[in-house]
Design a protein around this ligand. Structure first.
Ligand code: FES
Length: 249
């Protein structure tokens, strides 16, 4: 991890209040692995914002971030124009472990938990692993990156209200995804709870980054007990990725 300046070279609105930014930086683009995040400084806030890495291009030396414009800090970040430089710490956190013997894996994302799975899906495909994706959103206007995921593997979109794709929750379509060796997921805790219960006994990895607050160990918003109840883990320091069964959700 290093403190770096990252230049905003592109900015797009992908869906309702969902912003994609492409940032240029040599060090972070050469070191980032799927599941890690950046700590981004916005001018009016003392604490940095933790934002997950959605993509990394080592040749072009770019990192893509996707975030929801839902608070003062992220609204301010979204307002920065192309050409601005961001003060960033990164890459940070424990990323996803790649199962060396896996032939097919299932990726399950919910809402703003979807972005880190894109970089993961690309990395898995480069290793010759078949990827199947289930992406859940509240409603049609929240859906993003369907085409991008579809290029990497069979992708099912689920919306809670049925306004796009399948109707319901990600757990409702799992019977249709076929056979896979392990699963990777990122999304709200309630979704991860339902998913790990439904897939009980399956090997999996979950990223709990949606639960992060300050991202630096200062606010205790991210503390979870370990499964055995004997200690606790901080998502920002010990995660954001954990093996299924490591922490109690
Ligand atoms: Fe604040 Fe972990 S996010 S302590």
């Amino acid at each position: 991890m290093k403190k770096e300046q990252m230049k905003i070279i592109a900015k797009n609105i992908l869906a309702e209040d969902t912003v994609e930014m492409v940032l240029e930086n040599t060090y972070i683009s050469q070191h980032a692995v799927p599941g890690q995040f950046l700590h981004v400084q916005v001018a009016s806030k003392t604490l940095r914002r933790p934002i997950s890495i959605a993509d990394c291009n080592r040749e072009k030396q770019t990192i893509t971030i996707i975030f929801k414009r839902n608070g003062q800090g992220t609204k301010e970040l979204a307002s920065y124009p192309v050409g601005n430089e961001l003060d960033v710490l990164g890459p940070i956190g424990n990323g996803f472990s790649i199962e060396q013997n896996a032939k097919t894996v299932l990726l399950v994302g919910g809402g703003i938990g979807v972005p880190p799975l894109y970089y993961l899906a690309k990395s898995l495909k480069e290793k010759g692993i078949t990827v199947r994706c289930v992406l859940g959103f509240q409603t049609k206007k929240n859906v993003f990156y369907e085409a991008e995921f579809t290029q990497l593997g069979e992708t099912t979109i689920v919306t809670n209200d049925g306004s796009y794709g399948e109707k319901g929750f990600v757990t409702d379509v799992l019977d249709n995804v076929g056979v896979y060796d392990c699963y990777y997921s990122c999304g709200p805790i309630v979704m991860l709870k339902a998913l790990t219960t439904t897939l009980d006994g399956k090997k999996g990895y979950i990223s709990l980054e949606e639960r992060m607050g300050c991202g630096v160990g200062a606010c205790f918003a991210c503390v979870l007990p370990t499964k055995d109840g004997n200690s606790y883990k901080k998502i920002c320091k010990d995660g954001p990725v954990f093996s299924v069964g490591e922490v109690s959700l």
